[in-house]
Design a protein around this ligand. Structure first.
Ligand SMILES: [Zn+2]
Length: 88
């Protein structure tokens, strides 16, 4: 009989404490989802920017035009790997 008392608070109607706890939990979950969404948008934007730079033969690090450069970015010194091999 005594162990039922431990389960009782969860079955009771919400009081001020549970309301505050629910608000904090909602805020925490919402914040986590918000951060996840921001991170996902950031990753997609980075991916698109890199693809755009690869397609336009630009430096992946700074975006400098590398069409007339073969081995190293003159702007930031980034070593060009397979970027110029895609040239037609
Ligand atoms: Zn660069």
């Amino acid at each position: 009989m005594h162990h039922l008392l431990f389960k009782l608070p969860a079955m009771l109607p919400p009081n001020e404490n549970t309301k505050v706890a629910a608000k904090i939990l909602t805020a925490a979950v919402g914040f986590t989802f918000f951060c996840g969404a921001m991170w996902a948008i950031w990753v997609v934007r980075m991916f698109r920017r890199d693809r755009h730079r690869l397609e336009n033969h630009c430096c992946l690090n700074c975006g400098y035009d590398l069409r007339y450069t073969k081995d190293r970015c003159p702007e930031c010194g980034q070593v060009i790997e397979r970027q110029t091999r895609a040239e037609r």
